[in-house]
Write a protein that binds this ligand. Structure first.
Ligand SMILES: CC(=O)SCCNC(=O)CCNC(=O)[C@H](O)C(C)(C)COP(=O)(O)OP(=O)(O)OC[C@H]1O[C@@H](n2cnc3c(N)ncnc32)[C@H](O)[C@@H]1OP(=O)(O)O
Ligand SMILES: CC(=O)C(=O)O
Length: 568
């Protein structure tokens, strides 16, 4: 828990710049604006919006934010130092930076002599001049500067004197933050810790001039008098950290840097970024705030973290990592019976924080690894009162284990497990009775799509129904025939749809005699549920799952009607 006296850390999000350097991630201007506003809501004080001048999208993004600014965050424009042997005032990219109209600009420059001579193909002296000239020019135009020391750690390891000279150039020309970058992501935490301590000590000795005194009257965010950013009167810039995840150390390295004195942490939502990604803010923020007692965002904003993570993954169209620490669907999912039994008694036994602190929630998973505690917890979540003394509880557990050993999997098919439970307790509603089905498929040479015809036999309230329907495949035809047969009795079926269908071959070595598991996801516009079927016949497995999907939808509808009746 943070208090007024908790040390302040400044978060800097680069999802919209370094995050978009991830392979497979591409966003429109509208996507960038939606993400920026979500990060603003989350309370991130610095949001790097992109590199105006690098592409037209980023130019327009900053213009749009000038029209409709963010509420609290400083939007930051990113750019390199000027090119070798030019002047900052004539560098077109720096004019684009000025046109972006941000109060803060991040300039990245070279710290590693190898990069100066190999990538820039210039002299070490000219690189120092590029850093100085660029920062001085932007300062003269009223901008506040964050200096990203690219390849800082590699540069410092190879040539510490030169690396420190680059920082000295940034300090002398007026940078307010020096951000040490582990650009290649190859540094380990003990090295980060040592080097950051060296820099904190060295910059204390290097510090000169009067920095950060300006209210520049610029900016695309709120009134600068309300700015959350410190206006350091100190001549010594603050240190920041920017880490990459190539050694899977990005979060650990950022934390090591903070513990060694860094006051700004750069990262991205969900760790998106070039190659293996950047430090994941969704892990960093809770670690820094809940474990180390730093103040980053408010407790209330912290509870929005899970939602923000999922929002960003949705906008960038990448499937969320269900096993991501803190914000993943499985971050607080308990499967092993021993775990569930203990968590039910006290969540501290298997949870390092309360899921609600980051807006996540505890889940109990049902599987062959379950004990009675899983079954009882699941029953409770279905609104079923089940006592562990009841013989039925043990029977349900046994049935679950038997079915899982036959190939069923209930952790992803909770609707089928709910039906199994109702069955065992003698309360499974019989909406209809299935009597059989037939499917006929045509695969005609030269025809692009196959045609399938399904016939189903059902009974509802003792009345036999025979119905047929076509579909572009056998499962679609079966689903259509079942709905057609039932819709006159249960008109709500018209609102159900089959939203996903997954097949898994369970014992592939037996070839075409292999068992098949089918998972069917269904929905009614408000809820979604998943059912499972297993058979050596793929159509039979599909039929079981589709039938249970319809049955569970009808159960939900009847429960909702009963709840309305009970409340009126
Ligand atoms: C560590 C990081 O993540 S830094 C950010 C990296 N992000 C990106 O590169 C994404 C956006 N980049 C782009 O759109 C393009 O690369 C641009 C517009 C910046 C430049 O495009 P081009 O002018 O066609 O150059 P190109 O991409 O081929 O090469 C990069 C140039 O920048 C130079 N450069 C690299 N770092 C710096 C620096 N810190 N300061 C000045 N120049 C630099 C390189 O030496 C090279 O110059 P050259 O063309 O004279 O050889
Ligand atoms: C600046 C930056 O993104 C890096 O050095 O990794």
């Amino acid at each position: 828990m943070t208090t007024n006296s908790s040390p302040q850390l400044w978060l800097y999000d680069t999802t919209l710049r370094d995050g978009t350097q991830r392979e497979g991630l591409s966003v429109s201007i509208e996507d960038k604006l939606r993400i920026a506003r979500r990060l603003d809501q989350l309370g991130i004080p610095f949001i790097e919006g992109g590199w105006p001048g690098a592409n037209p999208k980023d130019v327009q993004f900053f213009w749009q934010l000038q029209e409709d600014p963010l509420k609290q965050a400083e939007i930051v424009a990113f750019c390199s130092t000027r090119r070798p042997n030019s002047t900052a005032a004539t560098e077109p990219m720096l004019q684009d930076i000025l046109a972006a109209g941000t109060r803060w600009v991040t300039i990245f420059g070279k710290s590693w002599d190898l990069h100066v001579t190999t990538s820039l193909k210039t002299t070490l002296e000219e690189n120092l001049a590029m850093i100085r000239d660029t920062i001085e020019y932007l300062r003269s135009q009223g901008r506040r500067i964050i200096y990203d020391a690219e390849h800082w750690f590699d540069g410092y390891k190879h040539n510490p004197d030169y690396a420190l000279q680059t920082l000295e150039a940034a300090i002398a020309s007026g940078a307010e933050w020096l951000v040490l970058c582990d650009t290649n992501g190859g540094t380990l935490p003990h090295e980060i810790s040592q080097i950051v301590q060296d820099v904190v000590r060295a910059t204390g000795e290097l510090g000169t001039g009067e920095l950060g005194t300006g209210d520049w009257g610029l900016g695309t965010s709120k009134d600068s008098s309300q700015s959350p950013i410190p206006n350091p009167q100190s001549p010594i810039p603050q240190i920041g950290i920017h880490t990459h995840n190539d050694s899977e150390m990005a979060v650990a390295n950022a934390i090591a840097a903070v513990m060694a004195g860094a006051k700004m942490v750069q990262g991205t939502i969900n760790g998106y970024g070039e190659r293996c990604g950047n430090a994941n803010l969704c892990s960093l923020i809770p670690n820094l705030q809940l474990k180390l007692g730093y103040s980053c965002i408010t407790e209330d904003q912290l509870t929005q973290l899970t939602e923000a993570s999922r929002f960003v993954s949705e906008v960038v169209n990448l499937a969320p990592d269900e096993h991501a620490p803190f914000v993943g669907l499985s971050a607080f999912a308990h499967k092993g019976g021993i775990h569930v039994s203990a968590v039910e008694r006290n969540p501290l036994t298997y949870e390092h924080i309360q899921p609600e602190q980051v807006g996540n929630h505890r889940r109990i998973v049902i599987s062959e690894q379950s004990g009675l505690s899983n079954v009882l917890a699941k029953a409770r979540s279905f609104g079923i009162d089940l006592d562990h003394q009841k013989a039925e509880a043990k029977q349900i557990l046994q049935r679950l284990k038997d079915l899982e050993s036959e190939g069923f999997q209930f952790e992803a098919a909770e609707a089928s497990f709910a039906l199994l439970m109702h069955e065992a307790l003698g309360g499974r509603q019989k909406f209809f009775e299935v009597k059989g089905f037939q499917v006929h498929c045509d695969l005609i040479e030269g025809k692009e799509t196959s045609n399938a015809l399904a016939t189903v036999k059902l009974a509802v309230d003792g009345k036999n129904i025979l119905e047929a329907a076509e579909g572009n495949g056998p499962v679609a035809a079966l689903d259509a025939a079942l709905r057609k047969a039932l819709v006159n009795f249960y008109p709500q079926i018209a609102t159900f749809d089959l939203t996903d269908y997954k097949v898994r071959i369970l014992n592939g070595h037996t070839g075409t005699a292999a068992k098949t598991r089918v998972l069917v996801e269904s929905g009614n516009g408000r809820q979604r549920w998943t059912t499972v079927g297993v058979s050596t016949n793929i159509l039979e497995a599909s039929y079981q799952a589709v039938v249970e999907g319809l049955e569970y939808g009808l159960l939900l509808h009847s429960q909702a009607e009963a709840a309305v009746k009970a409340s009126s």
